[in-house]
Design a protein around this ligand. Structure first.
Ligand code: N15
Length: 307
């Protein structure tokens, strides 16, 4: 992985002196020197969150003062769960993705006991916390998040990466409140017939995944529909107190809408929550759906694409 550039952009800044002094020899960048990161390069700040294998901290690279999120993973925990292979795969996937709505992985390093991931810092924190605080989002905010998510997933699918674990807990918010997909813990290269044990909530999983059938990138279309519902109402559509009741509701597509959900939003959601993956609205069609076009603030999408 060669991703040391962004933290050291200062090295490329020309000073006024350069205009009068004889031209300097081009200096090799940190990347060209193949210099490895170590913990010594960072100041560690407050914890940002706790995860299965370790914690995430606010951190600052000492020479550039660039702020990042540093994820610290315990090697013993990774080994005992046989997650080393998964971690390698995730690093491989995430380090190659470059999109404004996908959290960057800048690099990684390790010492005898831990693995450190240098991740993009998302200043506005976790989407699910913002949603719990506001209870539900209005149509403009919801449609904007759905459009940003659809755009990011379109990019992933073009690289044959399916995410498979879209839910508010895996989404962060950038400087301007834009959505950032943060977790690739379940992502795979498509198509997949892997049958992992499904742990945690079923709420965002499509029928083909909970029934253990082969699945492809269309699983992500289903979860866009589930997320759209949760953003607008505050709860996912198939939520129940028990695993088995949620399972039944998903397979029957037993969805009910509170009265405040507009016909346009309902139309989009129901075109995504289709049992047959082939019938689900494509991501391009999500982006051009009338409800998205009417409500989403698409300025952020356009601006980033012109860069
Ligand atoms: C294994 C691999 C290559 C996948 C890499 N992705 C992850 O490890 C997923 N991950 C992202 N795990 C933790 C994070 C994470 C990144 C968690 C929190 C943050 C983060 N970047 N910024 C934050 C963050 N910003 C905050 C602002 C206010 C309150 C809490 C915040 N957390």
């Amino acid at each position: 992985m060669a991703s040391k550039g962004p933290l050291h952009s200062k090295e490329n800044v020309k000073t006024a002196k350069a205009a009068i002094a004889p031209p300097e020899k081009p200096q090799p960048s940190r990347e060209e020197k193949k210099k490895k990161w170590t913990l010594e390069d960072f100041e560690i700040g407050r914890p940002l969150g706790k995860g299965k294998f370790g914690n995430v901290y606010l951190a600052r690279e000492k020479t550039t003062k660039y702020i990042v999120a540093m994820k610290v993973l315990s090697k013993t925990q990774l080994k005992s769960g046989h997650f080393e292979h998964q971690l390698r795969r995730e690093i491989e996937i995430q380090s190659h993705l470059r999109h404004p709505n996908i959290l960057r992985l800048f690099g990684y390093f390790y010492d005898t006991t831990r693995v450190y991931l240098i991740l993009e810092y998302a200043p506005q924190g976790e989407l699910y916390k913002a949603l719990r605080a506001e209870r539900k989002f209005d149509e403009k905010k919801s449609a904007t998040f759905v459009a940003q998510l659809a755009d990011a997933l379109k990019y992933c699918h073009s690289k044959k990466v399916i995410h498979r674990d879209i839910k508010p807990e895996n989404l962060l918010l950038g400087n301007n409140g834009e959505l950032k997909i943060a977790d690739f813990g379940w992502s795979v290269h498509s198509p997949s017939s892997r049958r992992e044990t499904l742990c945690g909530t079923l709420d965002y999983l499509p029928p083909e995944m909970i029934e253990g059938r082969t699945h492809d990138e269309k699983v992500d279309l289903w979860s866009v529909g589930v997320l759209c519902y949760e953003l607008l109402t505050g709860s996912p559509p198939f939520e129940t107190k028990s695993h088995s009741d949620t399972y039944k509701k998903i397979c029957r597509i037993d969805v009910h809408f509170p009265a405040h959900v507009s016909p346009g939003a309902k139309d989009l959601i129901m075109r995504l929550l289709r049992h047959d993956p082939k019938e689900r609205l494509s991501l391009d069609r999500v982006l051009t759906h009338p409800w998205i076009r009417e409500h989403a603030d698409v300025a952020s999408l356009v601006v980033h694409k012109r860069k």
